[in-house]
Design a protein around this ligand. Structure first.
Ligand SMILES: CCCCC/C=C\C/C=C\C/C=C\C/C=C\CCCC(=O)SCCNC(=O)CCNC(=O)[C@H](O)C(C)(C)COP(=O)(O)OP(=O)(O)OC[C@H]1O[C@@H](n2cnc3c(N)ncnc32)[C@H](O)[C@@H]1OP(=O)(O)O
Length: 206
């Protein structure tokens, strides 16, 4: 049994649990085991769920500052390492371009053998928002426009990029795309992000 040594080691253990849960979700989506095994595994999972509920938060882990000094959000549905729903997307800034390598999984299926359009939209929503935030204009998504050019495959490494394009008062705009490694675009997105008045003064430059 692992000892809880520091708050960071507990967070790392939480992220490992989330990753194991992702592996579980992938296995559930693809399993072909017999019905009695499905029922047995379901019963074991129900018991595990109760163990985790023995001590629960009301909301997922919030924004915090990681030991390396970066803003992180471990509970986020797109980037949160402690959120099993998250891919998790690892976003890097290349100048003012937000960039993430992403390999979708069969779990993300929408059309046969392809990624659900809502999953692509979720990734682009986040990436555009992060590009706007990195440029000094964080905001809530007001409008997100998608153009689905080609089916998005799973199991293939893809590249998602986004950049802030302009700002006007509390509004900012960003563009992005998910593309094959050779640059062929699969989905393009444009977004308008609006900084809620409640955020004013809570971010550098606002
Ligand atoms: C708690 C503090 C947290 C601080 C965080 C700091 C930093 C964050 C850092 C990093 C984050 C990194 C990445 C992630 C970021 C984002 C990714 C995903 C985000 C989401 O997943 S987020 C969930 C989906 N999102 C919503 O849940 C929004 C619900 N909604 C609202 O919360 C309001 O509706 C709001 C705030 C949008 C506007 O409300 P409001 O009252 O401020 O707006 P108001 O009427 O005053 O309009 C002011 C001007 O915006 C124009 N305008 C208004 N609405 C518009 C719209 N929809 N589209 C286009 N333009 C719009 C008007 O036309 C006017 O323009 P003009 O000034 O030119 O007339």
């Amino acid at each position: 049994m692992t000892m809880e040594l520091t708050p960071e080691s507990r967070l790392a253990a939480h992220c490992e649990l989330a990753q194991q849960t992702r592996d579980l979700m992938d296995a559930v989506a693809l399993t072909e085991v017999k019905e009695d095994e499905l029922l047995a595994v379901t019963a074991e999972l129900a018991a595990l769920t109760e163990r985790l509920r023995a001590a629960s938060r009301a909301t997922p882990l919030p924004f915090d500052i990681s030991p390396d000094g970066n803003l992180r959000h471990l509970g986020n549905a797109v980037i949160g390492g402690a959120n099993p729903m998250a891919l998790p997307l690892v976003v890097e800034m290349d100048g003012l371009t937000a960039r993430a390598e992403v390999t979708f999984r069969p779990l993300h299926e929408g059309p046969p053998n392809g990624v659900h359009g809502g999953i692509s939209a979720m990734v682009l929503d986040h990436l555009l928002g992060q590009a706007a935030a990195a440029a000094g204009f964080p905001g809530m998504t007001g409008t997100l426009t998608l153009r689905y050019l080609r089916p998005v495959p799973y199991g293939t490494p893809l590249v998602a990029t986004a950049e802030h394009t302009r700002a006007e008062g509390r509004k900012s705009w960003a563009d992005g795309r998910i593309a094959l490694p050779d640059g062929t675009p699969l989905v393009e997105a444009s977004g308008v992000f609006v900084m809620p008045t409640a955020w004013l003064g809570r971010h550098p430059g606002t």
